[in-house]
Design a protein. Structure first.
Length: 92
């Protein structure tokens, strides 16, 4: 009898846990006669601060390149590469 009661309790918990999964999701309802488009209504109003935000996917403008700065950066990069090559040769 206890096993039966325990199994019923466990099954009712599983059934209750599965119910929200069936309810979650998005339901889109449109007009059957309209073949041109679909009207979507958001479930929540969008905040005003999110409407006019600056584009975040665009790359910022690159600064002008000075020849002396570029030469200095290239020399530093070459020095770093030489150091890494030396470290790899010591290991092998």
């Amino acid at each position: 009898m206890r096993r039966l009661l325990l199994s019923l309790c466990l099954l009712s918990g599983v059934a209750a846990a599965e119910a929200p999964a069936a309810e979650s999701g998005t339901t889109i309802v449109g007009e059957q006669e309209s073949s041109v488009g679909l009207f979507l209504t958001p479930w929540q109003d969008e905040r005003a601060s999110d409407l006019d935000r600056p584009p975040s996917r665009l790359a910022p403008a690159t600064p002008s390149l000075d020849a002396t700065d570029f030469g200095r950066s290239a020399a530093a990069y070459e020095t770093l590469l030489a150091y890494r090559r030396e470290q790899l040769q010591r290991v092998h």
